[in-house]
Design a protein around this ligand. Structure first.
Ligand SMILES: [Zn+2]
Length: 379
């Protein structure tokens, strides 16, 4: 589930009730020259009530914010860009004011791909796009943080049509925008390590050279090494192969028994383009960086294995590895590898320590805001 908002930022005020929202919409329309006031848009100070009501009907439905799915047609092409412009730029009302709160909650990571991104490059992303779902344009629950690549790939998707697929964990047809939004809250890689990155979308290690999947045993062998990165493609020495192989750590949806869930997850990956890796595509480092993190994690564990478990050197090095994990991002890679190789039932308690320090705000190595320790399995 989406983490609890831990540090609300008073700088972002959600126009939650109809009175506030109506005024905000009215002010926005006025600011961009759309006359809604009585007297043909002159400065009478009173609103054309019927016009406002019709407008709000379009935007929010009849019941004050949660429109009936069937009754909410996508609003008109002129109105929506006007509203978006207003709520992008109005100092007091813009949705961008939620960014500080989101960073407090998520850390400086992209919610979709898990990549660390500097504050200034993180966009306030609308899970349900504001162009298609203007009625949730200002709802905090509809916000994620996004890196430039995920943001541009996703664009105004999901569309009205494929939002049914986007809203995962629903086996039936969503009946309201709220239903779609509730499903949309699970549409992130980070920090939802419980339902999405952990169980729903495990990492799949791919041998690009032979176009085949690497088994976990092969991919996580401590003898593997990063060989180099060329033209944005990662090469690795993988145990069992004489030559370096081009490899990629992909977001997978293997193992589902339910074809609808499979289709939903495939839809998510395709919309955000989470598995895109192309030679010479230097603008998109998401898969490249995720793949490097896999191999760096293996290297770290190989080096750590030279120390006696629990010794001072081992503890020091483990702390450094966790610090590296924080800086490198892609939490699902680290947690998954720790769990697979040194999980709760193994004598080396790396996963258990990681689980604790990454999720407990009282620990000095706590560094993943929003991570719910209960999302990480204990066995
Ligand atoms: Zn991203």
């Amino acid at each position: 589930m989406r983490p609890v908002l831990m540090n609300p930022n008073p700088g972002y005020t959600i126009p939650i009730n109809m009175t506030t929202r109506k005024k905000a919409i009215m002010d926005g329309l006025k600011a961009y020259g759309i006359p809604l006031e009585a007297g043909n848009g002159t400065t009478t100070g009173t609103y054309n009530t019927q016009l406002v009501l019709n407008l709000l009907y379009q935007l929010t439905g009849a019941n004050g914010g949660d429109p009936d799915w069937a009754n909410l047609a996508p609003p008109g092409p002129v109105l929506v860009p006007t509203l978006i412009l207003y709520f992008s730029t109005n100092t007091a009302m813009k949705y961008g004011n939620a960014r500080g709160t989101l960073i407090d909650n998520y850390g400086e990571y992209c919610s979709y791909c898990g990549m660390p991104v500097q504050d200034s490059s993180l966009a306030v992303e609308h899970c349900l796009p504001k162009q298609v779902f203007p009625s949730v344009m200002l709802n905090y629950d509809n916000f994620f943080l996004s890196c430039p690549n995920c943001n541009s790939n996703k664009g105004a998707k999901p569309t009205w049509t494929d939002s049914f697929n986007w809203a995962s964990f629903y086996n039936g047809t969503p009946t309201s925008v709220q239903d779609v939004m509730d499903g949309g809250m699970d549409r992130q890689m980070w920090p939802d390590s419980g339902e999405t990155a952990w169980e729903g979308l495990p990492v799949v290690y791919w041998n690009v050279t032979s176009n085949s999947r690497l088994s976990n045993n092969s991919a996580l062998d401590l003898g593997n090494q990063l060989a180099g990165v060329s033209q944005n493609i990662v090469y690795a020495r993988i145990i069992g192969f004489a030559q370096p192989q081009a490899v990629a750590a992909l977001i997978g949806t293997y193992g589902y028994n339910d074809p609808k869930v499979q289709a939903t997850e495939d839809n998510f990956i395709a919309i955000v383009n989470l598995n895109q890796f192309e030679a010479n595509n230097y603008s998109d480092r998401r898969v490249t960086n995720r793949t490097i993190v896999w191999l760096n994690c293996i290297t770290s564990l190989r080096n750590l294995s030279k120390f006696t478990v629990g010794s001072e050197g081992w503890n020091l090095m483990l702390g450094q590895i966790f610090q590296t994990a924080k800086n490198a991002g892609f939490f699902e890679i680290w947690s998954w590898i720790f769990y697979t190789l040194y999980g709760p039932t193994t004598p080396v308690p790396i996963y258990n320590i990681f689980r604790t320090v990454s999720c407990d705000p009282t620990q000095p190595l706590y560094y993943f805001p929003g991570t719910d320790i209960n999302d990480l399995p204990t066995q």
